[in-house]
Design a protein around this ligand. Structure first.
Ligand code: NAI
Length: 482
């Protein structure tokens, strides 16, 4: 009898609500549902043990059940302490055929509002497979690279025979990771080495995780092949942009319900996420100001009609600040000290180091007060308050429910096809970082046209020959930028 209690979620009684929302989402995720149908007989993921570390939302539930429908076994954790939707997690644990008294779903370790210790424990649980020859997965599906990081750090320290001392930790989170690895090294000095030995690859969802992968590739420490899902066109040019266009203001509205129209909003960074965020705020009637370090993106922002200037110039004038850079130290405590009373500060980039929360907490005499979960005021000694969303973590998932189903259907169709690629064609992907072949990118877009009533023009053979492509694509060269 398998261990049916192999999961940890907030409240199994939410499963029925979760299942209802999953059913509604399925209709909005035509890409994933078409892939389920197409591969139902072939079962390309039979034998795959997929560890997922990705926001445990309703949309992710549809992804998980797609992987299972293609033959995979799955274990899951969220990739952020605030992003889990507890009803989605409950429905995944219970499964479509189980009940809260008899859960039969996928082992999932995720709830909204984890501590950092709990977060890394959940990641370890998702990576630990009770009935596997290596004790681990043979595939990772990652968002931000935390599951991949834990395996790589584990292997590195096992090779060295020791884990760095806790005093060397650069942050609270780093200390938690070191603590975990000290424990596993004591329990089994080969845990991560064994576990990594059968991993065929990782498919990575987001810009920040992709940066980490290329870095490991450069320094020669990457242990297995990786597909950079983020840079599929149907991912970053849709999810990062149109997804954030939807979910940024959703987060701000649910958190504060402040009228955005007429306010001055600053968007730091004008990459894919920044473009969606700026449009989102402008759509509400805000006056949007952009900051950038890259002259190309700065010029784009200017031509899109935004004022582009430095944070210093506008720090005491704007009402809403959003960081979208994937970089660190964008808004410092000294900046927040200069903001207007009740200025709203939030981050939508992957990690919480864009806003200097540690520095803010250290301002002498500052008082933090919880308005409601994930919404805090910070009052400076002079009485001025600012409002910080999701403690500096990605606010669209912390204060709202992340991106809606239709856009995630694109990203997750890319994820599923990337999993199939790496799992079924190990010989074609030696250790390295790859993007999805363009024909698969175009396929994912195609799967979403009917639902929007799009009628595509068919290329005639003479026309195809004239522009040098095949009638059925790929239609663009690999360096085309869209
Ligand atoms: P990107 O690389 O396209 O854009 C980031 C932009 O920030 C670049 O144009 C860069 O020049 C600019 N930048 C860097 N340092 C800066 C600084 N000091 N000041 C001003 N601008 C600066 O990356 P993308 O795809 O837009 O992703 C940004 C972040 O958002 C990443 O951490 C990514 O993982 C995350 N992300 C979050 C999502 C969400 O739902 N919350 C969805 C997709 C991505």
């Amino acid at each position: 009898v398998e261990n049916r209690q192999d999961f940890k979620v907030a409240d199994l009684s939410l499963a029925e609500f979760g299942r209802k929302e999953i059913t509604l989402a399925e209709h909005e995720m035509p890409g994933l549902m078409a892939i389920r149908k197409e591969y139902a007989d072939a079962q390309p993921l039979a034998g795959a043990r997929v560890t997922g570390s990705l926001h445990m939302t309703v949309q992710t539930a549809v992804l998980i059940e797609t992987l299972v429908a293609l033959g995979a076994e799955v274990r899951w954790a969220s990739c952020n302490i605030f992003s889990t939707q507890d009803h989605a997690a409950a429905a995944i644990a219970v499964g479509p055929n189980g009940t809260p008294d008899d859960p039969q779903g996928v082992p999932v370790f995720a709830w909204k509002g984890e501590t950092l210790e709990e977060y890394w424990w959940c990641t370890e649980q998702a990576l630990t497979w009770p009935n596997s020859p290596t004790g681990g997965p043979n595939m990772i599906l990652d968002d931000g690279g935390d599951a991949t990081l834990l395996v790589h750090k584990g292997v590195e320290y096992e090779k060295a025979g020791k884990v760095p001392a806790l005093e060397t930790a650069e942050s609270d989170e780093h200390r938690v990771i070191l603590q975990l690895l000290h424990r596993t090294l004591g329990e089994n000095a080969q845990k991560w080495t064994q576990l990594a030995s059968e991993i065929r690859g990782v498919t990575e969802e987001t810009t920040t995780g992709v940066h980490r992968l290329y870095e490991m590739q450069r320094e020669g420490s990457l242990l297995f092949p990786a597909i950079n899902v983020n840079d599929a066109v149907t991912k970053s040019k849709f999810d990062n942009k149109y997804g954030c266009r939807h979910s940024l203001i959703d987060g701000i509205n649910r958190a504060t319900d402040v009228l955005i129209g007429g306010k001055t909003a600053v968007v730091c960074g004008y990459g894919d996420v920044g473009k969606g965020c700026a449009e989102s705020l402008r759509g509400q009637g805000a006056r949007v100001i952009v900051t950038e370090i890259d002259p190309i993106c700065a010029l784009q922002a200017a031509m899109d009609g935004y004022q582009v200037t430095t944070l210093d110039e506008v720090i005491d004038k704007a009402d809403i600040f959003v960081t979208t850079t994937g970089n660190k130290d964008i808004i410092m405590a000294s900046d927040m000290a200069k903001m207007k009373h009740q200025a709203i500060v939030g981050n939508i980039g992957h990690f919480d180091n864009e806003i200097d929360m540690a520095g803010l907490a250290k301002v002498p005499g500052i008082v933090k007060d919880e308005v409601k979960p994930q919404v805090h005021t910070w009052t400076f000694p002079d009485g001025k308050k600012i409002i910080v969303l999701s403690e500096g973590r990605l606010l669209n998932l912390g204060n709202a429910t992340g991106h809606p189903s239709f856009v995630m259907s694109n990203s997750f169709a890319d994820q599923t096809l990337a999993q199939i690629e790496l799992f079924t064609k190990p010989d074609e992907y030696p250790v390295g970082v790859y993007t999805l072949p363009k024909h698969l990118d175009e396929k994912v877009a195609r799967l979403h046209l009917d639902a929007l009533g799009v009628k595509l023009t068919k290329l005639r053979p003479e026309q195809a020959a004239y522009i040098g492509v095949e009638v059925d694509g790929p239609f663009k060269s690999d360096h085309y930028r869209y």
